[in-house]
Design a protein around this ligand. Sequence first.
Ligand code: PGA
Length: 248
Amino acid sequence: MKTEKKTIIANWKTNPKTYSEAVTLAAGYPESSDSIDIVICPPPVFQMVPLLDTTARGAQDVHSEKNATGGWSAEQLSSIGVTHCIVGHSERRALGETNQSVNEKIRLLLAHSIVPIVCVGELERDDTMEYIQFLINQIHETFSGISRTELESVIVAYEPVWAIGATSTRPCSAQECREIILLIQRELIQITGNLPIGKITTVYGGSVNAENAREYITVGGCDGLLIGRASLDATTMNSLVQNSITYP
Ligand code: PGA
């Protein structure tokens, strides 16, 4: 049985080490298909790496300030064929990104018809469940004033910070993922009024690999995945995509 169309987003972060490795990596990726959209977000310095015709080009951030030395604008991204852009990743929030600046970036990207991939997620899980209130505040501030129609062009990525990267203490279970995906949908419905639930696209990111990918989609209830480390190996990405599209 096939799932509904899913989106698999590769976040290469500051990898790979050389441009020629980036070319080889992108060329070995699986194709997008009727079941899966593949989006590659290379580092800015390798943004012009050739991609397969069916692969969407994404960015890892955008800058809202004018004349920000070292930055790049939504207009520039659009002019080189970038169709998606991650904003609010925890690694950028750790460098000073706020809910307010993410909100501004969402608007800028939408104004240039680029799909914002908006990351939200708690830093840690506490027994007293304060992380739930943290998430609710983060979602409300990040999406403040974003309309129902605009939200239909956004991908929301649930990325629990404690489950991301090599320092992660344990993976987020698919059930834990599902609970927060439902929370995100509930809060976004509150922000925008009666948005039909099927219109909010959510993906999960944090220690996803070829083995656990399927569970985040089937049990976790996501429309796709945001992949860090596992996206740096083309063979792994082929298995991951294969595992994500077909299940009993
Ligand atoms: P990871 O990173 O898959 O290496 O945990 C995910 C991310 O940071 O988006």
